[in-house]
Design a protein around this ligand. Sequence first.
Ligand code: SF4
Length: 418
Amino acid sequence: MNLERIKEKLEILADAAKYDVSCSSSGGNRKNNGGLGNSHASGICHSYTEDGRCVSLLKILLTNHCIYDCAYCVSRKTNDIKRAAFTVEEVVDLTMNFYRRNYIEGLFLSSGIFKDSDTTMERLVRVAKKLRLEHNFNGYIHLKSIPGASDEIMKEAGLYADRLSINIEIPTEKGLKLLAPEKSHSEMIKPMGFVKNELALYKEEKKIFRKVPKFAPAGQSTQMIVGATDETDLKIIKVADHFYQNFNLKRVYYSGYVPMLTDARLPSIDSQVPMLRENRLYQADWLMRFYGFKAHEILEKENPFLDLEVDPKLAWALRHREQFPINVNTASKGMLMRIPGIGGKSVNKIINARRFQKLTLENLKKMGVALNRAKYFVEFDNPNIFNKYIEEQNFKKIIMNSMKSKFQNPFSEQLSLF
Ligand code: SF4
């Protein structure tokens, strides 16, 4: 192996892969059956760079050669950059070497499309297959699905990868046609639909047969680029909700567009999507997945962008003052989940504890509730005098003053905002 050449390829292909944020490795439970690594017990966890991107996996492209010309992508065919391509064996060797040195906990492998969808996908699958079958590698493998890849290849991909993902990239077909006219959402959705059906089939077979081969045990995910086109946050979370509902996705990732290329169709090179917008989208996503909110409740047509000053749950509560204060001792679980400052774990604690006693503000404090927000929205068995009083004041300002304005990593500690 020519080490200098490999090093050069690694620099080019790791750099090209850094714009894909959908590399979270949670959810794998592949066990060590006598080989190397274990995606569960080795504690594969999220590790993030300063700007919130995951670095715990060897994250590379197989190649940055591409037959497509997507305006937002550094690898697009008309961009004059250094090109490189790994062989299947090179990626396998790198993964094994890095894993043995404890540099990585798994592999995230994507690729430009160098000939056609099936040829590219087939090579990605060969990497995973070699790692599993020839090296008995039990670490985490996340493969990108190539738009338009055939069902047969996707089936193989699911047998060797822990997670599969396909990037929707631009939230709407109209935006996609503007920036990537050679692509279509239907092409992207096809492998996603196949994986969804296979996952359902696997689940059913598991009920009947004792031994069923694993199929993408960490599920599938997607990523949307935010801010390359003019979709509102409402549109973006509605699209995300559609994919959660219809394709049983584990995660939707939101990646703020990073301007690097000059193109009349793109935002100007000096405009940057605020990190806080990404963060707010992750919070809205969290509300839809775990707090029972619908996209149309989080944002409305008349006000389609997330408030950058306060998190979406607090913003909803501020718009719906008529629903508050909520009596902690009698409210339903669904309503408790809507109180700013009270997270899912605290709701469970409240429901358990109130079976034995009438709760007070002091009890909530002991449960770890963020009282700096919650106190404005709850009452106990006496009317909340304080709450009634501040109705006449600038409510949002008071709450904001009582909160620490601390930036949160979008992937870690999201719950702490609620
Ligand atoms: S197909 Fe993928 S790699 Fe190729 S230009 Fe489009 S986004 Fe970039």
